[in-house]
Ligand binder design. Sequence first.
Ligand SMILES: Cc1cc2nc3c(=O)[nH]c(=O)nc-3n(C[C@H](O)[C@H](O)[C@H](O)COP(=O)(O)OP(=O)(O)OC[C@H]3O[C@@H](n4cnc5c(N)ncnc54)[C@H](O)[C@@H]3O)c2cc1C
Length: 388
Amino acid sequence: MTVDPEVRAVLTGGKPSVPAVLERFQAWLAEHADRLERFRELPTEPDRMVGTLMELQRLLYEAGWIRLGWPEEVGGLGGAVAVRGVVSEELAAAGYPPPFSFATQEVLGPAVARFAPPQLAAQVLPRLLRGEETWCQGFSEPDAGSDLGSLRMRAVDEGDHWRVNGEKVWTSWAQYADRCLLLARTGTPESAHRGITAMFVDMNTPGITVRPLVAMTGEADFCSLFFDDVLVPKDRTLGEVGGGWAVAMFVLSCERGVAAWQRQAWMRWRLERLVAEAPELADARAGEAFELVHALRLLSRRTLRSLSDGRSLGVLPSFDKLLMSTAEKYLFDAALEALPNTLLFGADGPARDWRSDYLYSRAASIYGGAAEIQRNIIAERVLGLPRE
Ligand SMILES: Cc1cc2nc3c(=O)[nH]c(=O)nc-3n(C[C@H](O)[C@H](O)[C@H](O)COP(=O)(O)OP(=O)(O)OC[C@H]3O[C@@H](n4cnc5c(N)ncnc54)[C@H](O)[C@@H]3O)c2cc1C
């Protein structure tokens, strides 16, 4: 595969640094502006939208940009994790959408790189990075969301495979997924978080039914998954048997890393669009939105740097998640106030985007750890307040 000369230039002389990647990637974007133009406005029909975003991903992979910051063993070109934040940020700043698997890549990719058998990671990660397949996160169940440790999906040991039965819900974009990072109970029903095992399941395995759920955005943003005697080979186990909680916690920490950085970059870009498109936006509203988004950026930078250096911040990233949902809701509340006709009734692409982003922002305080849970963590583990 030919790596673009701009990428090759950041690799000469050792591992790429954030400033070097930034400078070269900006130059590459400017140079390829004509080729990238068609990605600025996406088709509205979901299948075509996903297809177009996968094409963008392939283009960035083939040039080498998406391979930076990933280990060579899984198809990467090496360098610190933090350099991965540059590509998403600069894409957003230049007005391009995030490729379809960007978030998955950052949320689930590192867990597969760390916990999957090396041969499996080397096989599937390049395919994800290249936009050849997509993955989904099968954690939540109808009675196990915030209280994930009570999940009931059962995986029974049958020698060289697991037999899996049960139900998952709110699995984002599972209708497009080729694989699923699944949590299932392999211990006794009372084993709580100690009896859970993580596994990497092919979505075309017989016995899996995917039922899309239409959200208030009007799109099937997520799905219910039904597992009926699904056989998962043992070599698809991620980490230790009974060690699924460590995998789940690692995934959650990644949600606060490059994935959160991508989200704040996208919010910054949306705020800039709002200021440009809504002269009625009150200065105080714009100022407060800017403060929230900028504060999020600072927290997110601290977390990203620490994850990139392999240091843990413990429970501190709970502040990031809480601020992220506050900032996102505030931003789109401001959009509704300043662009009411466009947001509520507009029929063109940008109006639909404002409407859909406003509606999706309501979910920001639920997914990836609800706001109340983050407040509990901060109250108990940072401020030392009593549990009750
Ligand atoms: C847009 C979206 C995408 C999602 N994508 C995925 C996905 O891809 N994969 C996946 O596995 N899951 C996904 N989820 C599910 C998400 O992780 C759960 O919705 C979340 O964990 C909350 O769980 P729950 O919905 O069961 O609500 P519950 O846990 O039942 O909570 C209901 C309410 O009670 C509050 N609450 C619960 N426990 C406490 C407590 N101890 N103290 C105070 N308040 C409490 C919560 O904060 C919330 O307000 C997604 C959700 C959304 C909205």
